[in-house]
Design a protein. Structure first.
Ligand SMILES: Cc1ncc(COP(=O)(O)O)c(C=O)c1O
Length: 404
């Protein structure tokens, strides 16, 4: 039996895959260790429980190579912004281009283990594509519910994996809630943003960061926030490591939202315990756009408890972040991921002591799927023939020389 625990009220109970929330306080739940074993007759190792499988494990041939993404030093930005130690965990190098793959691999393993033939998800795009890719690989029927206003480009990308794709008009928060009831009725395992298996997958990043940064230690960790599931999973992983006394110190966590839809950052700025659900917002062109984040209140609680920050950034800051990363560091990220850098810059202006800390920015998705926010510089584009190439290069290089 799969058992879960609520991180808020600490109640333990069997998981209901059709409503994976705490029945007492409605918060997301976490799997209890040792709850699942995938032991096969050919294996007698303790280490093959579903929870212990490394994300790149090929035990069941479902992995697409998720996890183990690079950690990169951002030396140019350190200089430019006057920071001591700035690092990027580039989740854009995941198989479908976002961190969601860390969760999707756990979801399909569980779905197969429990004998589900159908999985699904409610998503604005990135989780949809990831779930579709892993669902197809696992041979599962995959049902993707997206908002009515999802951009063409995103729909097209999701369709690459050929899932059943349904655009649903109406309130996104209600769609999220209804999906569980629909799942129960049609026997579809809806693994949404705070599914406990997804959250388990998100936790795998913690040990990677610790190993990759050693002998240094992440004192600040920054991530974009929509449903809150991703950052919640990461904090939970560090809490678990903390109980094992393996941490030099507990990191400061910074969650970043777009100011177009920032229920958590707004609640935090008012010092409120619970966020207020947002209604009738104009379409937000970013993946970080959940008006009713299911992990929101638990995330607020943990951010207050461990002296973190929840911060909102505007379009211009996101655009500038995306441009800085591409043009100073050669890393092209999604706008939602660029919000991470924008949020850290903003936060560090409020709390200058952050500039001295070893900071890990989590870039949650690649920009290579489109949605570049800043325009290309026209004067950087040149046309020439082979005959004139040498001359053109000479002219361009000459222009750059400082005048005497
Ligand atoms: C690229 C990207 N970054 C960050 C997030 C936020 O993650 P979460 O919804 O778990 O807070 C999302 C969510 O869709 C995303 O697609």
């Amino acid at each position: 039996m799969t058992k879960v625990e609520c991180l808020s009220c600490h109640q333990k109970f069997p998981l209901d895959p059709f409503f994976p929330f705490c029945p007492r306080c409605q918060n997301p739940v976490f799997l209890l260790p040792s709850t699942l074993s995938t032991k096969t007759s050919s294996s007698n190792s303790q280490d093959d429980s579903l929870l212990n499988q490394s994300q790149s494990s090929s035990i069941d041939n479902l992995s697409l190579g998720e996890g183990n993404t690079p950690l990169l030093r951002l030396s140019q930005l350190e200089k430019l912004l006057g920071l001591s130690s700035l690092w990027a965990k580039n989740e854009g190098q995941s198989p479908t281009g976002t961190f969601k793959d860390r969760g999707s691999i756990f979801v399909v393993r569980f779905a197969l283990k429990l004998g589900f033939q159908r999985i699904g998800t409610v998503s604005v795009g990135n989780m949809a594509a990831s779930t579709a890719a892993y669902g197809q690989r696992a041979g599962l029927e995959t049902y993707i519910l997206v908002r009515g206003d999802v951009q063409e480009k995103k729909l097209d990308f999701i369709q690459t994996y050929n899932p059943h794709l349904i655009q649903v008009e109406g309130d996104y928060g209600e769609l999220f809630e209804q999906s569980y009831e629909l799942g129960r009725r049609h026997n579809i395992y809806f693994a949404n943003s705070v599914d406990p298996f997804r959250l388990q997958g998100y936790q795998t990043i913690a040990k990677e960061i610790l190993n990759q940064l050693a002998p240094n230690f992440p004192e600040v960790i920054v991530a974009p926030v929509s449903s809150g599931g991703h950052l919640l999973g990461i904090i939970k992983a560090f809490l678990d490591l903390n109980t094992l006394n393996t941490l030099a110190c507990f990191p400061v966590f910074i969650g970043v939202q777009s100011d177009r839809c920032a229920p958590l950052a707004e609640a935090y700025s008012r010092g409120e315990e619970n966020f207020q659900r947002m209604y009738n917002l104009p379409p937000v062109p970013y993946a970080i756009s959940n008006p009713n984040p299911p992990a929101g209140n638990l995330l607020l609680k943990l951010i207050y408890q461990y002296n973190g920050y929840l911060i909102a950034v505007n379009d211009q800051e996101i655009q500038e972040g995306q441009k800085l990363l591409a043009q100073k560091e050669g890393i092209y990220v999604l706008p939602s991921a660029a919000a991470t850098l924008a949020g850290f810059i903003r936060c560090q202006q409020q709390d200058p002591s952050l500039a001295q800390k070893t900071t890990c920015l989590i870039f949650t998705g690649t920009g290579f799927r489109g949605q570049r926010l800043f325009p290309a510089e026209k004067n950087k584009l040149h046309h020439t023939s082979l005959d004139h190439l040498d001359g053109l290069l000479a002219k361009m290089i000459d222009k750059k020389k400082p005048e005497n």
